[in-house]
Design a protein around this ligand. Structure first.
Ligand code: GFB
Length: 313
C-alpha cells in the first residue's frame, strides 16, 4: 500500500475507524477518503454503489458497523442484524464492482460458538451454537466473512477478515445503556467518585472472562494485515490474555481511585462465559499487541476526562 494510494475508511468516526485514521495519518498516508453517516448511509445500496464508482478507492478498511454492549445487542437484535448485513453486502459488492485492490473486513470474536474450546482458534467458526445475546450481530458478521471468501473464490478479490477481541479506547461509546463493559465501568466509577456514592453496581456475576485490546493496537494490526496477509477465513486479533469482569472492575477501581464497594446485579446477563482468542496465526505472521491493559485503560481514562473538560469549557 503506497503512501498516495486512495484509502477509504468506512466508519471513521467509530472506535476502530477513528484509530485507523489516526494511524494512517501518522504513517504518512496522504489520500484518505472518509464520509460521515449523514453524507453516505452505507445501508443504501444505490448510494454505496455510486460512491464507489465515483471515488474508485484502491484500499478499503470496513470498520463501519452497528455495535454495542451486551444489553444493546440483546434488546435491539433487528437493528444489529439488518444494519450489519446491509453495510457488509453493499460495501463488499461495490468494492468488487469498483475493482478495489484490497479490502479488510472487521468482525468480532462473538462470531465463534458460545462454548468454543479456549483459546478460540479460527477453525472453531461454525462449530457450535452462538451466544444468544449477540446472535443477530454474530450472524451478520459471519455472513460478511463468507462474502469476502466467496468474492475471493469466484472473482479473485483480495478481501480479508480480521476478528478483534473486545476493544476499547478513545472515541468509545460511554452511554451506560448501550456501551461495552470497559467504558461503562470507567464512567460508573468516575461518576460514583464525584458523587461520593458508597457503591457501584455492575451487571451479571462478575465471573465471565474477557480479553481486551487497546484500539491503537487494533489499528496497527489492521495496517499490518493490509500489508502482509492475504488468506480466506477469519484471522484473530487480540492479546492472548484475559481477565474476569470482577478483576477488571478492581483494576478500574484502582486506576480511577474510587473507594466504594462493587455490587453485582445477577439479574443482568453474563453472556459468553469466556472469550479468549488464540492469536498464534497472527503472531506467526509477525504481529503482536504492545499496550498493556493498565496502560490502555489509563490512556482511555485521560481521553475521557479531557473530553469531559472540553464539554464543560
Ligand atoms: O462488554 P459487554 O457488554 O459485552 O459485557 P460482551 C461483558 C461482560 O461485562 C458481561 C459485564 O458479562 C456483562 O454482564 N458487565 C458488568 C457489564 N457490568 C457491565 C456494565 O455496566 N455494562 C456492560 N456493557 N457490561 C458483546 C457482544 O458481548 O461484545 C457484541 O454483545 C460484541 O456482539 C462485543 O461481540 C465485543 O463481551 O458480553
Amino acid at each position: 500500500m503506497h503512501k498516495h494510494a486512495k484509502i477509504y475508511i468506512a466508519g471513521h468516526r467509530g472506535l476502530v475507524g477513528s484509530a485507523l485514521l489516526r494511524k494512517l495519518e501518522s504513517e504518512g498516508y496522504t489520500n484518505l477518503l472518509v464520509k460521515t453517516h449523514k453524507e453516505l448511509d452505507l445501508r443504501q445500496q444505490d448510494a454505496v454503489q455510486s460512491f464507489f464508482q465515483n471515488e474508485k478507492p484502491d484500499y478499503v478498511f470496513l470498520a463501519a458497523a452497528k455495535v454495542g454492549g451486551i444489553l444493546a445487542n440483546a434488546s435491539h437484535g433487528a437493528q444489529f442484524i439488518y444494519d450489519n448485513l446491509m453495510i457488509a453486502a453493499n460495501v463488499i459488492h461495490s468494492a468488487y464492482e469498483a475493482g478495489v485492490t484490497k479490502l479488510l473486513n472487521l468482525g468480532s470474536s462473538c462470531i465463534y460458538p458460545k462454548y468454543a474450546e479456549q483459546p478460540i482458534r479460527e477453525t472453531s467458526l461454525l462449530g457450535g451454537v452462538l451466544e444468544p445475546t449477540n446472535q443477530p450481530y454474530a450472524l451478520a458478521k459471519i455472513a460478511a466473512i463468507e462474502l469476502c471468501d466467496s468474492y475471493r473464490k469466484q472473482y479473485g478479490c483480495d478481501f480479508i477478515s480480521a476478528m478483534p477481541t473486545n476493544l476499547f479506547g478513545p472515541n468509545d461509546n460511554f452511554d451506560l445503556q448501550s456501551s461495552h463493559v470497559l467504558p461503562a465501568l470507567l464512567r460508573k466509577m468516575l461518576e460514583a467518585q464525584e458523587k461520593n456514592a458508597p457503591s457501584v453496581t455492575l451487571w451479571g456475576t462478575g465471573t465471565p472472562k474477557r480479553e481486551f485490546l487497546f484500539v491503537d493496537d487494533m489499528a496497527d494490526a489492521c495496517l499490518f494485515l493490509m500489508q502482509n496477509f492475504s488468506e480466506p477465513g477469519p484471522i484473530n486479533v487480540g492479546t492472548g490474555k484475559d481477565i474476569s469482569i470482577r478483576d477488571l472492575a478492581i483494576l478500574i477501581k484502582e486506576l480511577t481511585g474510587y473507594q466504594g464497594e462493587l455490587i453485582f446485579d445477577s439479574s443482568k446477563p453474563d453472556g459468553t462465559p469466556r472469550k479468549l482468542l488464540d492469536v498464534s496465526k497472527l503472531a506467526n505472521a509477525g504481529w503482536q499487541a504492545s499496550t498493556s491493559l493498565r496502560q490502555g485503560i489509563l490512556s482511555t481514562l485521560n481521553w475521557y476526562l479531557s473530553q469531559a473538560e472540553l464539554e464543560h469549557a
